[in-house]
Ligand binder design. Structure first.
Ligand code: MV4
Length: 442
């Protein structure tokens, strides 16, 4: 096994990866900015290297600094974590060129899935259902009209290089298309450096359901079921559930089989998540994330596995650990993302953490690097803790979630805890009767 791994990330996810390494007897090297020198991921690591100033571009995205740190610390492999450099194909290549193992998929697959049109084309080629729309990018207004008439309004114009929900425009009529087509192209150029756009049928009331896959270097591919991430605001997921409360066993089995077949065809390696919109019994591909996801713990709770350990192990060249076991769904799990932000305005909040008290007892897991006195700044994204609940069914989960939210104390900053206390009282949430737009209209 690897002897030492560099974790090219920060916050709770860096800590999560550190914990997996320790559970495998692997030494860890933390990298950090000057703003993060007192972070838990740095304090707990076996070694740490400061790689630059607070601003991410100069530290956590500074590839030469990270490669230098890996060289000095003499690590075997680099784990990119979530966000930051985790889906940067160029970084994966540079890591490999320096003879470190990149803990993630092949750079070719990172590259394809990073481009929305290439990803959609590839998805279709490997048998994943896609949304009706243009074959590739739409260059002229005439072309846009032709496609809109074929698929029918409403449609979405999406920026090819857009991401995280930015660069999508809804169009409901021909008149609107005439106005918005050129604006969409100009804005894409402005925001993403390319005016390339494509067109899709707009789904009015979908849920966001994603499939977790894991593959080793021997062509063994597993689906670890789905996560339902429909409770979101401004394209930020807030609550995730595993399994989805609205899928039946046949639907679950079918979409899992489609994804496993597709990943075999692709010769995909390591961990990945295939994201779908689900509406009226049908799945439609939206994107594939070629990395670990923030919400991976709910899958771990239900399937009784450690996804980060698997990821490290298959990157080393081992087979998936549960290859000869029959994985089954055990109960239900829900994650709430605790962000340092105002629960109403969602405005980022900064300050020093005080009176930190975490909930405990059966079925509660907290992934967080928080401690009393920790300074929360606005340099980084607001995710400060993940509250992960496990129960024998959704009902037990919801009761435990209610208990945990009442026990949780974080003073000194605003957090989204009060928002969750409000959501779990809503009848539509309790009956799982909502779509991706529900919270925004609440
Ligand atoms: C859509 C859609 C409805 N119809 N595509 C937003 C993020 C991007 N990755 C895909 N997104 C959407 N694509 C069609 N054809 C609605 C969304 C969408 C969304 C999707 C998943 C989770 C949250 C969302 C919030 C707003 C819009």
């Amino acid at each position: 096994m690897f002897k030492k791994i560099l974790i090219a990330n920060r916050g709770e996810i860096a800590l999560r990866i550190h914990r997996a390494c320790k559970d495998m007897g692997i030494k860890t090297v933390a990298v950090h900015s000057t703003a993060d020198e007192n972070s838990m991921h740095v304090r707990l690591a076996d070694e740490s290297v400061c790689i630059g100033p607070a601003i991410v571009k100069d530290s956590y995205l500074n590839i030469p600094s990270i490669i230098s740190a890996a060289t000095i610390a003499n690590v075997d492999a680099i784990h990119p974590g979530v966000g930051l450099l985790s889906e940067n194909a160029e970084f994966a290549k540079i890591v490999n060129d320096h003879e470190f193992i990149f803990i993630g998929p092949k750079q070719e697959h990172i590259h394809i899935m990073g481009n929305k049109i290439l990803a959609k084309r590839k998805a279709e080629e490997i048998g994943i259902p896609i949304l009706p729309g243009s074959k590739g990018d739409v260059k002229t207004y005439q072309e846009a009209v032709k496609i809109a008439k074929e698929i029918g309004f409403p449609i979405l114009i999406k920026a090819t290089n857009g991401g995280g929900g930015r660069g999508i425009k809804k169009v409901s009529s021909i008149e609107e298309l005439k106005q918005k087509f050129f604006i969409a192209k100009a804005e894409s150029e402005q925001s993403f450096g390319s005016d390339s756009v494509y067109i899709e049928k707009y789904l009015t009331h979908p849920r966001h359901i994603e499939i977790q896959v894991l593959s080793d270097k021997f062509g063994n591919v597993f689906s670890l079921g789905e996560r339902d991430c429909s409770i979101q605001r401004r394209n930020q997921k807030l609550i995730e559930e595993c399994p989805s409360p609205i899928l039946n066993d046949d639907e679950r089995k079918n979409i899992s089989e489609i994804c496993v077949k597709a990943m075999k065809k692709l010769d995909y390696e390591n961990i990945g998540t295939i994201e779908f919109l689900y509406q009226d019994g049908e799945f439609f591909f939206i994107e594939m994330n070629t990395r670990l996801q923030v919400e991976h713990p709910i899958t771990e709770m239900v399937y009784g596995i450690d996804l980060v350990k698997e990821q490290i192990s298959v990157a080393y060249g081992n087979e998936v650990s549960f290859i000869d076991k029959n994985l089954t769904v055990n109960g239900h799990s829900i994650e709430c993302r605790i962000n340092a932000e105002n629960p109403e305005s969602f405005f980022p909040s900064s300050g020093n953490v005080r009176n930190y008290h975490v909930p405990g007892g059966p079925g509660i897991r907290i992934d967080s690097g928080l401690y009393n006195g920790l300074k929360i700044t606005n340099y980084y994204d607001g995710l400060i803790a993940k509250l992960i609940i496990h129960g024998k069914n959704r009902e037990e989960c919801l009761l435990r979630l209610n208990r945990a939210l009442l026990e949780f104390v974080i003073d000194g900053i605003d957090t989204t805890i009060p928002l969750y206390q409000r959501i779990i009282k809503e009848e539509q949430f309790l009956s799982a009767n909502y779509d991706i737009n529900w919270l925004e209209n609440l």
